[in-house]
Design a binder for this molecule. Structure first.
Ligand code: NAG
Ligand code: NAG
Length: 480
């Protein structure tokens, strides 16, 4: 427990290790601890990542194998987090997995790298990460719940050993589970029961507690201590305006009915807490429906929020956060004829204010914020809004098997309204046939590398927004 009364992830660790004794044929493994465990602990044994046995004795001598590739580790039941490192019983080249961290706490919306190192006795034929709560392990890159949010940045097939990284972006609360790594060689598979890394995805929240007369104490809290930043610098917003001070976790304020507060962690301003009232429920505040949106160039987007003004509003508008002074988008010449506030007459009743931008261009990629004025407050301009990314479609050409090329249809971000789109291909401007092969379920198409045809792609429901056409042979000869 820290002196500030802040919860802490530092817990007593029994520091387990496996000691190997005995002759070549009759080995005994002992699970040793750096201190005496109270109660009657149950020991769990793992062999090659599989759950082997449980016993109340710290010794294990039930047919310990003497295969070179086998590794063993032990844990105490109920404290599987404190797993011993896997040890080899014969020499030092046995198969094993070691996770870099056993627990990770990160903010919702951010990115995490979960890593381990592995050693395979033979070169691997398959390696992947999975969620331990699935009944059968499933490669995360094929899980629709993680569509385009999961990467294995250093994946190389058929290595003996190496680091393996699982990167998950745009984290959601439902990603809070234990992740495990597994690998296969020709006649070996690392077990699925070996404890991995537990991820906790947390959000920031402002907690309001009464202090002295007319005062409240605000605390910026998370449900776990952020792994990469256990003592962060905090940022506070009052009525949408970033305050210069304070930068600590707690803040004492006067409690006015119209005031709202929100907090963020420096470096993660995008993932701020919702704005909360210090007194009652009717304070001024803005809540964006989505914090990030990715859409196709040429299409239309609606960006929305909800807001509450403590008094009637006298002015309301949307602006780009990269302008030095906030300027109503409907007056910006760069958006002439492309920006609308549909239903603006209803905004007076708290909205929801919608910003509609049509015929999107790449230079519309920016952060958009909403602001309003009442006769005594103006919602601040520094409160983070919705970040819009406008992407074009592109065909990339890579060599495939002998005489063939692979065409890949890609966007620079995952489309918000359609994360797993159906791709449509055009050959010489003519739509290719309906799904007879897998070409429609993926974003790739394999073609002969020596024809003079041109290809372009799009995604379903946006047939009018093609990628530029490419020729897989020679640019000058193809028909576009
Ligand atoms: C394992 O070996 C130890 C030491 O040789 C012995 O005391 C113990 O009874 C054995 N346990 C089992 C389950 O055979
Ligand atoms: C993840 O790793 C990459 C390099 O492999 C690094 O650039 C990135 O900053 C890391 N992200 C986080 C959130 O640690």
């Amino acid at each position: 427990v820290t002196d500030k009364g802040i919860y802490s992830d530092i817990v007593f660790s029994p520091g387990l290790q496996v000691k190997v004794t005995g002759g070549h044929q009759d080995k005994t493994l002992t699970c040793i601890t750096t201190c005496t465990l109270t109660g009657n602990p149950t020991y769990i044994w793992y062999k090659n990542g599989q759950h082997l046995d449980e016993s109340t004795s710290p010794q294990y001598n039930n047919s310990v194998s003497s295969n070179y590739e086998d590794s063993y580790s032990c844990a105490v039941k109920g404290q599987e987090d404190f797993l011993s490192p896997a040890v080899c019983v014969q020499d030092q080249s046995c198969s094993r997995v070691t996770y870099t961290k056993r627990r990770i706490c990160v903010l919702k919306g951010s990115t995490v790298n979960i890593s381990c190192t592995y050693v395979g006795y033979y070169s691997t034929t398959s390696t992947f990460w999975f969620r331990s709560d699935k009944s059968t392990p499933e490669d995360l890159t094929r899980d629709p719940g993680y569509a385009d949010r999961v990467q294995y940045p250093d994946k190389e097939i058929r290595r003996y050993k190496g680091p393996s990284i699982l990167r998950i972006t745009d984290l959601r609360e439902e990603d809070s589970v234990e992740y495990r790594f597994t690998f296969k060689t020709d006649n070996f598979e690392w077990g699925h029961r070996f404890p991995g890394t537990t991820l906790s995805v947390t959000v920031l929240q402002v907690k309001v507690t009464p202090a002295a007369e007319g005062q409240k104490t605000l605390t910026c809290s998370t449900t776990c201590t952020l792994t990469d930043n256990p003592n962060p610098t905090y940022i506070w917003y009052k009525n949408g305006q970033r305050l210069d001070e304070p930068t600590s976790r707690q803040y004492s304020v006067n409690s006015y009915y119209s005031d709202s507060y929100s907090c963020a962690v420096k470096g993660h301003e995008d993932h701020h807490s919702p704005a909360v009232c210090v007194q009652g429920q009717y304070c001024s505040r803005v809540t964006y429906t989505k914090r990030r949106i990715c859409v196709l160039k040429g299409s239309t987007v609606d960006i929305s929020c909800t807001y509450v003004g403590y008094y009637y509003t006298t002015s309301t508008f949307w602006f780009r956060s990269d302008k030095s002074t906030p300027e109503d988008l409907t007056r910006d010449p760069g958006y002439a004829g492309r920006v609308k506030y549909p239903d603006k007459d209803r905004w007076i009743n708290k909205g929801p204010p919608i910003l509609r931008i049509t015929d999107l261009r790449e230079e519309d990629s920016a952060e958009y914020r909403f602001t309003f004025k009442t006769h005594n407050i103006e919602w601040g301009h520094s409160f983070p809004g919705t970040t819009l990314s406008v992407t074009g479609l592109q065909v990339k050409v890579t060599p495939a098997a002998e005489g063939q090329k692979t065409l890949t249809c890609s966007t620079t971000c995952t489309l918000t309204d359609n994360p797993n789109p159906t791709y449509i291909w055009y050959k010489n401007g003519k739509r290719l046939d309906e799904p007879t092969s897998q070409q429609y379920s993926s974003n790739t198409l394999v073609v002969l590398g020596h024809s003079v045809d041109s290809y372009s792609c799009t995604v379903e429901h946006h047939e009018d927004l093609h990628s530029p056409a490419v020729c897989e042979y020679e640019l000058n000869y193809c028909s576009t």
